[in-house]
Design a protein. Structure first.
Length: 217
């Protein structure tokens, strides 16, 4: 489905509700909440692997290396990514993607030069780099973003990946170096991500103009 076709489709109430629920789940807002609200966080729903015996190790163990270690790390990602893709497919059927186009187009177009169809993936990247990467690949394969837009979006995701989750998880070593609260650190990292992506955007645009000038010449 093209961007134009998506924009022409009517956004329903259930589409808006599905989009809001998915954005809340991927945003990490309820990650550390107690009670029923924890069910609205994707990482809590994804769960965790059990520990082996009295150790703190999962089936991945510790001290591994090489291809074998890499295989187990990749294997550990499958449940969360599969669950996320299933959720995204479900809310897409409910019209969340059409709502995302309408909501995120005026935000993402000027900020990064990518369409609103990337909105759900954009929110997901705050807590999971893997899910953002899978969704970006799907958007490109479905023709909803161009190669240039994919490159810009990938450059945004790559720097400071999963910015909220990773910053919170590494706050202990960060705080002695950067004397700021976690919130401002996340904002600073986000601004750096946007700046870097726009540098890539400018470089690609310059290359396009240069290639066009050579072709016309």
């Amino acid at each position: 489905m093209s961007n134009t076709q998506q924009k022409e489709e009517k956004v329903t109430i259930k589409g808006w509700i599905a989009l809001i629920v998915l954005c809340v789940m991927f945003s990490g807002v309820f990650k550390n909440f107690d009670g029923p609200l924890k069910a609205f966080d994707f990482l809590n729903l994804s769960g965790a692997f059990g520990k082996i015996g009295d150790t703190a190790n999962t089936f991945i163990g510790s001290g591994g290396s090489g291809a074998k270690e890499g295989f187990l790390e990749a294997l550990a990602l499958i449940p969360a990514v599969s669950f996320a893709v299933a959720m995204i497919d479900t809310v897409t059927e409910l019209g969340a993607m059409n709502a995302a186009v309408k909501l995120f187009n005026p935000i993402l177009k000027p900020m990064l030069g990518i369409p609103g169809a990337c909105g759900i993936s954009f929110v997901a990247t705050f807590t999971s780099s893997d899910i953002g990467a899978v969704m970006t690949r799907e958007l490109y394969d479905e023709g909803q973003i161009t190669d240039k837009q994919r490159s810009i979006f990938a450059s945004y995701q790559y720097a400071g990946s999963a910015v909220i989750l990773n910053t919170i998880n590494t706050q202990a070593p960060l705080l002695p170096i950067v004397l700021l609260a976690i919130g401002p650190i996340i904002v600073l990292l986000f601004l750096c991500k946007v700046f870097g992506a726009n540098m890539v955007r400018i470089i690609l645009s310059m290359k396009e103009r240069k290639a066009g000038g050579v072709a016309n010449g």
